[in-house]
Design a protein around this ligand. Structure first.
Ligand code: NAP
Length: 304
């Protein structure tokens, strides 16, 4: 926010007034609340960034929407497609802006990727291969290993390879997946093959117990585009077609999250209720793909 124009952080909320005050001091935020409801009732707040763990995305987003606030909600949009559908319905019923914070979409590299595919640099896109994984110790108290907080590799990291497949290939017709479920009940390593119409495939992996290349390749009928690590925020791309390779620079100043914030400001100033770059129907489709994979992994969240 400090690196963007067009908005001011007017308030912050935490479950603890002390932590809200500490955060407020650190970032010079004038108003601090010890609960979400107070933030939701603040008339000076126009739009709220929901950045709590995945299990809180639906309740926190609904609290803000019901109070008339626009919302930018962290990825993954929700624990399940059902939760996501309730969030979208609430935003649409109230005429409020809502967006899943897939920041990759707004980065220069992803904008270049979309542009190059659109102008036919690699012909017809046929295959997306992507993985995102690292090795962490098993920490049952950490949200990534806590089933109750929506832990697991798929929802936290797998969403990035899946959103790349969605960006390039659309909505899958068929999903096959398998993986390793750890002692805390979350998926620690997983892989999936997504089949799309027209003989196109997405092959994705994610992990919180195995280091992966964290790269991606989009292959087409006339060439391919490589996304180096980290595939969700690369600083360059390499396009190979017509017998040669070209490096496409896509570095940026500052924090990469600023681009999605600028998109929220743009949408609000133009009266858009969703971002054309990350539409709500696509967020619901991503959530449905996560559901389909997770069902095959055998991971069930409490209360589901
Ligand atoms: N876009 C990105 O690059 C990126 C990177 C990392 C994470 N994320 C996403 O951002 C979200 C938060 O991730 P994180 O790593 O920041 O998580 P986190 O540190 O565990 O949680 C963020 C904040 O949420 C509050 N919180 C924690 N547990 C909670 C609970 N059980 N109930 C209610 N509030 C709770 C805490 O604030 P208080 O204790 O002060 O209430 C905490 O500071 C996740 O959805 C994640 O997928 C996105």
């Amino acid at each position: 926010m400090a690196q963007t124009d067009g908005g001011t952080i007017v308030a912050v909320a935490s479950r603890s007034a002390e932590r809200a005050a500490a955060f407020g001091d650190r970032f010079a935020i004038p108003t601090r609340y010890g609960d979400n409801e107070a933030l939701a009732a603040d008339p000076d707040v126009d739009v709220v960034y929901v950045a709590t763990p995945q299990s809180r995305h639906e309740p926190d987003t609904l609290t803000m929407l019901e109070a008339g606030k626009h919302v930018l909600c962290e990825k993954p949009f929700a624990l399940t497609a059902r939760q996501g559908a309730r969030m979208v319905a609430a935003a649409r019923a109230r005429g409020l802006f809502l967006m899943e914070a897939i920041w990759s979409r707004y980065l220069p590299a992803y904008r270049s990727l979309v542009h190059m595919i659109g102008e036919g640099r690699i012909g017809e896109p046929l295959l997306v291969e992507a993985d995102f994984g690292f090795r962490r110790p098993v920490e049952p108290d950490h949200r990534l290993f806590d089933l109750a907080l929506g832990g697991g590799a798929l929802l936290d990291l797998g969403i990035y390879p899946i959103q790349l497949c969605s960006l390039v290939l659309g909505s899958p017709e068929h999903v096959v997946a398998d993986g390793v479920v750890g002692v805390t009940g979350v998926d620690e390593v997983n892989g999936a093959v997504l089949r799309y119409g027209g003989g196109r495939l997405g092959v994705i992996k994610s992990a919180i117990r195995v280091g992966m290349s964290c790269t991606a390749r989009v292959s087409g009928s006339e060439g391919w585009i490589d996304l180096p690590a980290f595939m969700h925020c690369p600083s360059f791309l390499t396009v190979t077609s017509g017998g040669g390779s070209e490096r496409i620079e896509a570095s940026y100043e500052g924090n990469g999250l600023r681009f999605e914030i600028e998109e929220v400001h743009r949408c609000l100033s133009e009266g858009l209720l969703e971002s054309p770059t990350m539409p709500l129907d696509e967020s619901l489709d991503l959530a449905a793909t996560l559901d389909a994979i997770r069902a095959q992994l055998g991971v069930v969240y409490p209360g589901e």
